[in-house]
Design a protein. Structure first.
Lengths: 290, 276
C-alpha cells in the first residue's frame, strides 16, 4: 500500500533523473532557439545582432535543405523497408528446424555490434572501392564495368551500409516474437486447410504486429540521425546527394561556423522529428498497452 | 505430437540459412582475415582468402604508429563511466516507478522515451560551444556526461521493465516477517534486481561503445574513443586495407564478444520490454 510517506520518497528517488533529463532537453533547446534568431558566425567576432527569422528563411529556401529533407526520408524509409521485410524473412527462416541454429544466429546478429565508423569504412574501402574493392573484382569477373558505388549512387550505398547494421536487430526481434507463436494454433489452421500463405497472413503476421511496430519505432529514432556513416564515406557529397538533415546542420555549424543558420536548421530538424515522434508514440503507446 | 519435418527439407533450409548468414557475416570475416595480410596481399587480385602469408605486423604497427591502446582506454572509460553513472542516477527512479507507481508513472516514462527522439543536432551547437568555453571539448569527462544523459532514458526504461517483474508479494512477506526497509533492500530486493541491472549495464556499455555522433563531434585526439580513432582512417590511410582491418578488428572484437553473450537480454532491453 502506497502511503503518503512512500509517495514522497518515490518522488525524491525519481527527481535526479527527471531533473537531469529536463535540463538536458530544455537548456540546449532554448539556447538553440536563441542562437537561431541571431546573426552569429564564429568567424565574425563582435555583436551578434538580432535578426528575427532571417536564418529560418535562408535555411528553408536553401535548395540543400530540400535535398537533405528528401535524403533523410529516403534513408529512413529505405532502411526500414529492407530491414523489416528482410528481418521477417530471415526470422521465418531461422525459426525453422535447421542444423546449427545457434551458430547461424550468432553470425546474423554480429553486424549490430560493429561500430558505425568501422562498418562504413570497411564497406567503403574493401567492398565498394571501384579499384580494389571486392564488388569491383566480382564485376570484372563477370565481365562487367566496375561500379563506383559511393560516387555514382552515394545515397543508395549509405542505405545499404546502414541496412546491413540494422538487419540483425530486426531479425532478432522478429525471431523472438515468432518463437512465442502458439504451435497448436498453427496446427489447427493447417487442419482447417490453411496453406502457408494464408497461415502467414492470418496467423503469423498479426502475431508479429507488436514486434514490427517496435522495430519501426526504434530504428526510426536512430535512422533520422544517421551521421557517422555519411561523415566517413561521402562527406555528404557529391554535392548534396548524400546529405541528410543531421549532416547539413553539422556542416553549417562546424565547417562553416554559421552558428545562427545551423541553429535554425537544428530547430527545423527537431520540429520534423517531433512530428514523426508524436505519430510514433501514439502508435506504440497503443500497441504496448496490451 | 511434434511435427515431423522431412530430412530433405531440413537439409535445404539449413543450406539456405547458412549461405545467407555467412553472406551477412562476411564483411566482418573479411576484415578479420585481411588484418593478417600484408598490404600487397590485401589488395591482391584475385582476392586471397586463406592461403596467404599470415602476419601480425599490422597490429603492431597500428599500436606503434597511432597509440591504439590510448583510444581503447578512452572507449573503456567513456562507455563504462557513462553507464555506471547512468545506473546510479537511474536505479532509484526505476525503483520508485516499479514499486510505487502513480497515475503519472506511464506519462513520465513516455516523456523520457520522447527525449530520445530529439535529434542530437538540436543540441549540438550549444553543447559544442559550452564545451569549448569550459574546456570540456576533447575531454573524457565531457563525453561521460553527454553519453550518460543520452542513454539515461534507455537505462531507466530497461531497469523499470526488470524491476516490475519482481513480485510485490515477496516484499510484503518480508515485511510481515519483521524485516526493516534496509534489510528488505539488502536481502530481498537486491539479489532479485541484480540480473536486470547486469543486463542493463551490458547493453548500455555496448551502446555507449558504438555511439558515433557525440564522440565524433566532441573529440579531437586526446579523448577520442575508438569510433573517432577509426574515423581518422577515412582517408587516405583507409586505403591501407590491412592496417584499417587490424584497427577495425581490435575496435569491434571486445564488443562483439560481449554482444554475443547478451543476445537474449538485447531483445528485451532494446524494445523496452515490449518484446520478450
Amino acid at each position: 500500500m502506497a502511503t503518503l510517506h512512500t509517495r514522497s520518497a518515490a518522488r525524491l528517488m525519481m527527481a535526479p533523473s527527471v531533473l537531469l533529463l529536463f535540463i538536458w532537453m530544455i537548456v540546449p533547446l532554448v539556447t538553440t532557439i536563441y542562437f537561431s534568431l541571431l546573426n552569429y558566425n564564429l568567424l565574425m567576432p563582435g555583436e551578434h545582432e538580432f535578426i528575427g527569422l532571417t536564418n529560418y528563411k535562408f535555411f528553408l529556401t536553401d535548395p540543400a535543405f530540400f535535398d537533405a529533407l528528401i535524403n533523410t526520408l529516403l534513408i529512413v524509409v529505405g532502411v526500414l523497408l529492407i530491414t523489416v521485410v528482410g528481418g521477417i524473412a530471415f526470422a521465418l527462416l531461422l525459426n525453422q528446424d535447421i542444423f546449427g541454429q545457434g551458430i547461424v544466429r550468432v553470425l546474423v546478429i554480429a553486424p549490430f555490434f560493429v561500430m558505425p565508423t568501422v562498418a562504413a569504412l570497411v564497406w567503403k574501402n574493401m567492398f565498394m572501392n571501384p579499384v580494389n574493392g571486392l564488388f569491383a573484382y566480382l564485376a570484372k569477373m563477370l565481365g562487367l564495368e566496375p561500379f563506383d558505388w559511393l560516387a555514382s549512387a552515394p545515397l543508395m550505398s549509405i542505405i545499404i551500409i546502414v541496412a546491413w547494421q540494422w538487419l540483425p536487430f530486426a531479425t532478432l526481434i522478429m525471431l523472438t516474437a515468432l518463437q512465442s507463436l502458439d504451435e497448436e494454433q498453427q496446427e489447427a489452421a493447417e487442419m482447417d486447410g490453411a496453406g502457408p500463405i494464408s497461415k502467414f497472413i492470418y496467423i503469423i503476421l498479426p502475431h508479429m504486429a507488436r514486434a514490427i511496430t517496435v522495430v519501426i519505432l526504434i530504428e526510426t529514432i536512430f535512422l533520422l540521425s544517421v551521421f557517422a556513416e555519411i561523415l566517413v564515406t561521402t562527406n555528404g557529397g557529391p554535392g548534396t546527394q548524400s546529405t541528410n538533415l543531421t549532416f547539413l546542420v553539422y556542416s553549417q555549424a562546424l565547417l562553416q561556423f554559421d552558428i545562427g543558420g545551423a541553429s535554425a536548421g537544428g530547430i527545423v530538424a527537431v520540429i520534423l522529428a517531433n512530428i514523426v515522434a508524436i505519430f510514433l508514440v501514439r502508435l506504440v503507446g497503443k500497441n504496448l498497452e496490451a | 505430437m511434434a511435427r515431423r519435418v522431412s530430412t530433405r527439407r531440413k537439409a535445404i533450409m539449413t543450406a539456405v540459412a547458412w549461405v545467407l548468414a555467412l553472406l551477412i557475416f562476411f564483411p566482418i570475416l573479411w576484415t578479420f582475415l585481411t588484418s593478417f595480410k600484408s598490404e600487397a596481399d590485401a589488395i591482391a587480385s584475385p582476392p586471397q582468402f586463406l592461403f596467404f602469408q599470415w602476419t601480425t605486423e599490422n597490429y603492431a604497427e597500428v599500436q606503434s604508429r597511432s597509440d591504439y591502446l590510448h583510444h581503447f582506454l578512452n572507449s573503456v572509460v567513456i562507455s563504462f563511466g557513462s553507464t555506471l553513472l547512468g545506473l546510479i542516477i537511474a536505479i532509484p527512479s526505476a525503483w520508485a516507478m516499479a514499486f510505487a507507481p502513480t497515475k503519472r508513472t506511464k506519462d513520465v516514462l513516455m516523456w523520457m522515451l520522447s527525449t530520445k527522439m530529439m535529434p542530437p543536432v538540436g543540441a549540438l551547437i550549444p553543447i559544442f560551444l559550452i564545451f569549448r568555453n569550459t574546456g570540456l571539448l576533447d575531454s573524457r569527462v565531457g563525453l561521460v556526461i553527454v553519453l550518460t544523459l543520452i542513454n539515461l532514458p534507455i537505462i531507466v526504461w530497461m531497469l523499470y521493465t526488470y524491476f516490475k517483474e519482481i513480485p510485490g508479494e515477496i516484499l510484503e512477506a518480508a515485511r510481515m516477517d519483521g524485516a526493516s526497509l534496509a534489510k528488505e533492500i539488502v536481502y530481498v530486493l537486491t539479489p532479485m534486481a541484480i540480473p536486470g541491472i547486469a543486463s542493463t549495464l551490458l547493453l548500455n556499455v555496448i551502446l555507449a561503445w558504438n555511439e558515433a555522433f557525440w564522440t565524433l563531434n566532441l573529440t579531437a585526439s586526446e579523448a577520442a574513443p575508438l569510433t573517432a580513432f577509426i574515423a581518422s582512417y577515412s582517408s587516405p590511410e583507409g586505403l591501407f586495407y590491412a592496417k584499417l582491418s587490424a584497427a577495425s578488428t581490435m575496435a569491434i572484437a571486445p564488443i562483439l564478444i560481449l554482444g554475443w553473450f547478451s543476445q537474449k537480454q538485447l531483445v528485451r532491453g532494446l524494445t523496452f520490454g515490449a518484446v520478450k
